[in-house]
Design a protein around this ligand. Structure first.
Ligand code: FES
Length: 680
């Protein structure tokens, strides 16, 4: 029983608070409030996992004056731990330290992720932990002839008594070894207990002699092109190592649809692709473990995100149904199981969790990005896009979230573009065109200088100038539009060949010469058409969702995925890839899907959160929407045939618009007196 005069304890960063009698161990106070503080040794002051810090000062907002005098001095057990293992300055063991007065207690969280891995000015985010795996040290009673209870039964009894694990299941593979393990360290053992959902039964998944004071997990994003992985300590939240590797399924097909075709045409195609991706995941686990100095047998949990086709292939499910309407998923909800059953070689008792898929083309990766960016956690209307060969689009706020995918094709990744290539050293990544002379300047990946700066050619010798990658494809088409080289319909103005040798005739159309060298890099009419088709698909999908939400504008835009990290928002908007928005509200968030996987790995509450939200999301199938075609045709124009871009116009002088044809909307675009001159 607490009284209103008992000391007040506030835990940060959770903000949970409560009153506790003097003498309450801080760990107990945390437990009572549902604040997750790790403990392996069960309060014996030997594991050191329960460390906290007291914040000193007058916290007027919380009406708390917190002081080091309000926590008990170190007792013999804590002193012994400090002597033997060392305690960082300011840290205390919360199992030993007790409440003596009002306190603000900081629970250190090692997982501070930089939500934007590329852009600066990112806000660091803390993931509070509540993992599905807990390591529990116990000392088991020795056998007694008068109480013929089995060794395993006495182990279960003490786990129930010391840790509250009632109704514990024991993984079958442990049972034959229980007696040996119990005797090895004189009846002291550590059990790894898995418990995910509130109502699910806890399961002992591993058992070690003595104190086992470490447990790891992996969070993995299986992309069609790249697989990315974090190795994380489940006991501290620390990211131990991160690595990526190409998805070896590329040899079966560049994009997901060609991989579905491969399955349909080859009797062993599914098995081969499943084996390939699982092998790659296993290899990547080997890589992160080597980097982090971790034994892969110490990995007990894993979380995966992937698009629906990768999801099916990884689980060994035939993805054929996803290749045709109605794009039926074999399973859309979250999937859990033993990693052993999906061929992942870590601890024999390790578990896996796959986030739910949102729809047939909007996968667990989009769910991961949604969990990471949390449109449903805020009032602002957020547009979250992951641009790939299939763009995944999520739009919403706390009231309602809608999601769709749109077939953008591989143009943004450099495919279907005459000089296109993936982002790699030597690829042109930025382009500017002089509005008077139409002369270009550009930058290539791996070289700091612009092409018109002295020393550029020498600096570019090492990499060469090999082609144009996605970000530059967007910029060059947008710049061509801003400088009047192409019309709003995307047609190269052949008449300008009289003013600049950079416009060259190419049969019945014209091209723009970006670089006259080896190789010769041009932007052809076909290239521009391919970009228009891709951006129109993305915009039409977005617009469809905006119409579902009944909104004209979005408040904030998040670009997820590697591609989004390199796009300049201004050019993306000039091109009409994304709707009008304050440029400062357009942000790249890097691998948000991977961040979502990390959140679900470290805190099982996030699993419930995204399961709940995915069930609430309204799924829109663009292919079945009668309005899609109309929106797509409007979106072929730059930036758009009918939609206005007033916020963009404040920063960029857009060329004057032709009157909208066919009476679609208001036309929206303001006419401009001067052509092709940028303000910002
Ligand atoms: Fe192990 Fe405190 S719980 S040292």
């Amino acid at each position: 029983m607490t009284s209103p005069t008992d000391p007040l304890v506030l835990f940060m960063p959770s903000g949970k608070r409560g009153r506790f009698p003097v003498g309450t161990p801080i760990l107990d106070a945390a437990r009572q409030l549902g604040v997750y503080v790790e403990s392996v040794c069960g309060g014996r002051a030997t594991c050191g996992r329960c460390q906290i810090e007291v914040q000193e000062g007058n916290f007027a907002k919380h009406k708390i004056v917190s002081s080091l005098d309000h926590i008990s001095p170190k007792g013999p057990k804590e002193e012994r731990y400090e002597r033997v293992r060392g305690l960082p300055e300011g840290r205390r063991l919360s199992c030993s330290a007790t409440v003596q007065g009002d306190l603000v207690v900081d629970v250190p969280q090692d997982t501070v992720i930089n939500a934007q891995t590329i852009r600066k000015a990112a806000s660091d985010r803390v993931i509070e932990r509540n993992p599905a795996i807990q390591m529990c040290y116990v000392e088991v009673d020795e056998p007694d002839m008068h109480k013929p209870l089995g060794d395993l039964d006495r182990l279960k009894a003490v786990l129930a008594k010391d840790w509250g694990w009632k109704d514990l299941r024991v993984a079958q593979h442990i049972i034959p070894d229980v007696q040996k393990i119990l005797r090895k360290e004189n009846w002291a053992v550590t059990a790894a207990i898995h418990k995910d959902m509130e109502f699910s039964r806890p399961t002992m998944v591993a058992l070690y002699p003595g104190l086992k004071n470490e447990a790891y997990g992996v969070a993995c994003d299986i992309g069609s092109t790249t697989i990315a992985m974090h190795l994380v300590s489940l006991l501290s939240g620390r990211i131990v190592a991160s690595a990526g590797a190409p998805n070896p399924q590329i040899r079966f097909g560049e994009d997901v649809m060609s991989r579905v075709s491969y399955v349909m045409m080859n009797p062993d195609g599914r098995e081969a692709m499943t084996a390939a991706v699982r092998q790659a995941v296993n290899d990547l686990i080997g890589k992160v473990c080597a980097e982090g100095g971790v034994d892969r047998r110490d990995i007990f949990d894993s979380v995966f995100v992937c698009n629906p086709i990768m999801h099916h292939l990884f689980l060994g499910i035939d993805p054929t149904e996803l290749g045709q309407a109605p794009f039926a998923l074999a399973v859309s909800g979250a999937v859990q199981g033993w990693t052993h059953d999906i061929g992942i070689d870590v601890n024999r008792g390790a578990r896996f969790y796959l986030l739910p898929c949102i729809a047939g083309h909007v996968g667990a990766d989009a769910a991961g990005a949604t969990l990471s960016e949390g449109p449903y956690r805020q009032d602002k209307m957020m547009l979250l896009v992951d641009v790939g060969t299939n763009a995944e689009i999520v739009l919403g706020n706390a009231k309602h979230v809608v999601a769709a995918s749109s077939p953008t094709g591989p143009a943004f990744e450099g495919a279907e573009i005459s000089s296109g290539q993936r982002a790699a050293p030597g690829a042109i990544e930025r382009v500017r065109i002089d509005p008077e002379t139409f002369e270009p300047k550009y930058r290539v990946i791996g070289v700091d200088k612009w092409s018109d700066e002295e020393g550029f050619e020498d600096a570019a010798q090492a990499t060469g100038v090999t082609g144009i990658c996605g970000s530059a494809i967007i910029e060059v088409v947008a710049e061509m539009y801003l400088t009047g080289l192409i019309s709003e319909d995307g047609v190269v103005d052949g008449a300008l060949s009289a003013r600049t040798p950079r416009i060259i005739e190419n049969g019945r159309t014209f091209s723009y010469l970006l670089r006259d060298g080896q190789p010769r890099i041009t932007v052809t009419q076909n290239d521009i058409r391919a970009i228009q088709l891709a951006k129109a698909a993305l915009y039409a999908g977005t617009k469809l969702l905006m119409e579902k939400q009944g909104i004209e504008t979005v408040d904030t835009i998040r670009f997820a995925g590697a591609f989004g990290s390199f796009i300049d928002p201004k050019y993306a908007m000039v091109l009409g890839l994304i709707p009008d928005c304050e440029l400062s509200e357009v942000k790249a968030v890097g691998n948000a899907a991977g961040t979502g996987a990390l959140m679900a790995l470290l805190n099982r509450d996030h699993r419930r959160e995204i399961e709940r939200e995915v069930a609430r999301i309204e799924k829109v199938e663009t292919a079945l929407e009668p309005d899609f075609q109309r929106l797509f045709i409007n979106a072929m124009a730059l930036p758009n045939k009918v939609d206005a871009f007033p916020k963009l116009s404040e920063q960029v002088m857009l060329p004057p618009r032709k009157a909208a044809e066919g009476g679609e909307g208001e036309g929206g675009g303001r006419r401009r007196g001067r052509e092709g001159r940028r303000r910002g």
